[in-house]
Design a protein. Structure first.
Length: 394
């Protein structure tokens, strides 16, 4: 197949030679051939030496490289890639785990699929495309997954309307590609969660916090726990499973709070002291009178672009300072950033500054990230978007 060509400016080929999968628009010197958003292009350096082949889009990230080998991106290619992703999850034990049937099946660049996420919820695959190129292939991906997963796959739902580029030249509406079911109960380490991918954030559940929730469980016994930005109560359920004295779930969304209550009831009935509140997290933290032994800070991404990075870091500093001031002596803070543009070093420095401003003695007990079903390409450090610290505060 004849692909369009993109020629880079002199010296702009170094990141691709280090296998980083993004070509930025400012690196492009000229183009050859006719191509539009979502089309395949071959990328060359200023000496017209081949560098990679990938999807084009008229945006800051102009090309997402799919292969650094000069080959056709066809059904055979996609089948190989999906097979690798599925086999990795099998090797990690996710497809045969009776205690956990919710996991990430395809993790964008980490699985060689720039622009594509697929999450698996007990027989339901939820796709999110971040580029037109991958979005065009959703039908093919569905057919391949049906072959590979067999009876383990009952539904495929496309939830790309909010993740495709704003001016994308495709219809942007969420829809079922295969089967239909608007919600599902899933198991995660033996605990039960109700997931609604049609109305929930992201693909319906924050799968990436699985191991961090489980770590909280180990610390929660007899503690009074505050789960801020609690969404559907994932951390709250694990705190209760760990034997906490009480847990409070705070989220600005009344719908999320209701689902958090439902998830607690699914697992514990009325046996656990759980307070669910639809309130703004900063205000609750600033004005609260309650005493908490553990506080979880898991906010949505404060920064999605480098332009707003300074404001985001100020937000993280304010949030962590408030928690550090309020936590009981000897208490623990589980604090996170899921902003891709906030580096691990930036986040740690921000928490350090917040700690210094309080004058309290603070120790780092754990440094946290995303689990193994969210692999990170070593050549694409941006893929390690989830950063977390467990702090002990005297």
């Amino acid at each position: 197949m004849e692909y369009g060509q993109i020629i880079l400016k002199s010296g702009k080929d170094q990141s691709l030679k280090r296998y980083h999968p993004w070509v930025f628009s400012g690196a492009i010197k000229k183009t050859k051939g006719n191509f539009t958003e979502g089309d395949m292009v071959r990328v060359f350096n200023n000496k017209e030496e081949f560098l990679g082949v990938g999807h084009y889009q008229p945006a800051t990230i102009a090309v997402r490289i799919l292969s650094f080998e000069d080959r056709s991106i066809d059904e055979t290619f996609w089948r190989e890639k999906l097979s690798e992703a599925v086999e990795l999850r099998k090797r990690l034990g996710y497809l045969e785990d009776d205690e956990t049937n919710v996991f990430r099946l395809v993790n964008a660049e980490g699985d060689g699929f720039p622009g594509l996420i697929i999450d698996y919820y007990n027989g339901v695959a939820v796709m999110q495309s971040h580029s037109v190129g991958t979005h065009r292939q959703k039908g093919l991906f569905t057919e391949i997954l049906k072959e590979m997963l067999g009876s383990s796959l009952k539904v495929v739902y496309d939830k790309s309307s909010s993740t495709l580029p704003y001016n994308a030249s495709v219809e942007k509406s969420n829809r079922y590609i295969y089967g239909k079911a608007n919600d599902q109960e899933v198991r995660e380490k033996g605990l039960i969660f109700h997931v609604n991918w049609e109305e929930g954030q992201k693909t319906g559940f924050f799968i990436d916090q699985r191991e961090n929730r489980n770590l909280l469980k180990a610390y929660a016994k007899d503690a009074n726990v505050l789960n801020l930005f609690g969404y559907t109560g994932g951390f709250s359920v694990y705190a209760a499973a760990g034997g906490c004295k009480s847990v409070a779930s705070v989220d600005s969304s009344s719908g999320a709070v209701e689902l958090a209550e439902k998830n607690m009831e699914l697992n514990f009935g009325n046996r656990v002291t759980h307070h669910a509140m639809a309130e703004e997290a900063f205000s609750y933290l600033k004005n609260m009178d309650e005493q908490y032994d553990i506080i979880i800070l898991d906010p949505p991404a404060f920064a999605k672009h480098h332009k707003v990075l300074p404001n985001a870091l100020q937000g993280y500093k304010k949030l962590n300072r408030l928690a550090l001031e309020k936590i009981e002596p000897g208490g623990l803070i589980f604090t996170f950033s899921c902003s891709q543009v906030v580096s691990r070093d930036n986040f740690r420095k921000t928490v350090f500054t917040a700690s210094a401003n309080t004058g309290r003695r603070v120790r780092v007990l754990h440094q946290l990230s995303q689990p193994s079903d969210h692999p990170v390409s070593i050549y694409h450090p941006e893929g390690e978007y989830l950063k977390g610290l467990v702090l002990q505060v005297e």
